[in-house]
Write a protein that binds this ligand. Structure first.
Ligand SMILES: [Fe+2]
Length: 245
């Protein structure tokens, strides 16, 4: 089973942002993923048209897709355009859930906080606990802000708060929870949330600078995605960067 994770498209009405998305989807198409998840920041401007453009491209992939909002998304317009597909009836919170291939539950948490760049998982925990009890399937959880300290200079002030409670709810479900994954910092990363493997997808839009301990180099990263491969209950996550050949 292959779950493709795209993140941080930041569509804004310009051709460039959608061209980067098109490059990623062109690479992905032959992999015929069982589902696509998008971990937030689908658009940052020209929202209605941008969401329609992203939705059209996701539909054209002819597979299940699930999205959650990020801090720069417009909840109202996102709900207008994606509400029918996601089953949303209001504008907050915009959680999403689905089953890929009859064998893996995808749980998308809206951890955004109105008007803030950081997230907070605490208001989502009751819904998450219920969702985890719906069946006994293995689970992959996705959200926008990172629920772990990423260590990149200046980026942890905008992390997802409430991560201890989040980790506790996920741990209660035991080894069924294969991992939690996010976006937001525009860099691929691998960490842990308690006992649970945690990852961050590279961005479709421009990457952010890798600055660690006050040391930094140039931004050279092309757009990319994560490919989560689930086989016999094991999760292996592959980083794919879609550069020029
Ligand atoms: Fe973000």
């Amino acid at each position: 089973m292959i779950i493709a994770q795209l993140s941080d498209i930041h569509a804004n009405g310009s051709k460039d942002r959608l061209e980067r998305l098109d490059r990623v989807l062109a690479w992905l198409r032959p992999m015929r993923p069982d589902a696509i998840i998008v971990s937030g920041d689908l658009a940052e401007d020209d929202f209605a048209d941008s969401y329609r453009a992203v939705l059209k491209r996701l539909r054209d992939m002819e597979t299940l897709f699930r999205v959650v909002p990020g801090n720069v998304d417009d909840h109202g317009r996102l709900a207008d355009v994606f509400g029918g597909e996601m089953g949303w009836t209001g504008t907050r919170p915009l959680h999403s859930s689905g089953v890929a291939g009859g064998a893996l539950r995808l749980i998308g948490l809206d951890v955004t906080v109105p008007g803030q760049h950081h997230g907070d998982a605490t208001p989502a925990l009751d819904w998450l606990a219920e969702e985890l009890q719906r069946d006994a399937l293995p689970v992959l959880v996705f959200q926008h802000q990172h629920p772990f300290l990423c260590g990149i200079d200046g980026k942890d002030q905008n992390r997802c708060h409430g991560s201890e409670g989040l980790g506790a709810v996920l741990s209660q479900a035991g080894s069924r929870v294969l991992g939690i994954t996010c976006g937001h910092v525009h860099r691929p990363m691998f960490a842990r949330l308690g006992d649970i493997p945690a990852s961050m997808a590279p961005s479709v839009t421009r990457a952010s600078r890798l600055s660690l301990d006050g040391k930094a180099s140039d931004i050279v990263d092309p757009p990319g995605l994560l490919l989560h491969h689930v086989q016999d209950g094991r999760l292996v996550s592959h980083v794919v960067m879609v550069g020029e050949r």
